[in-house]
Design a protein around this ligand. Sequence first.
Ligand SMILES: [Zn+2]
Length: 109
Amino acid sequence: MAMIDSQWITWELCPRCGDRAAVGWREVGRFVGPVEFDCRNGCRVNICEVVRTCPSERAARIEHRHVDDARDASEVACDAVRRGAVAITIAAGFGGAARVTIVWRPEHS
Ligand SMILES: [Zn+2]
């Protein structure tokens, strides 16, 4: 399955076989919600089960940082990785500015 609707992918346990499965996430307000699921054993799991298995509050919290240029963006991104961020996206903004979106595990405060 191509994870075309997802903004981030994480590896979670499959509710069927317990093996590792790719879960695709999309931003929903302050959190991200699971939108896609792909178990490497081909288990068929509907999205409601995925939501139960990987609830947004357990999976992630979103933080947006606006920075002045690409160098600041990469510094913010590297720092976030060191502090345990799950995923990061950097979007170029107007006039060289950038928006960094950081996905944190909820235990991180
Ligand atoms: Zn499975």
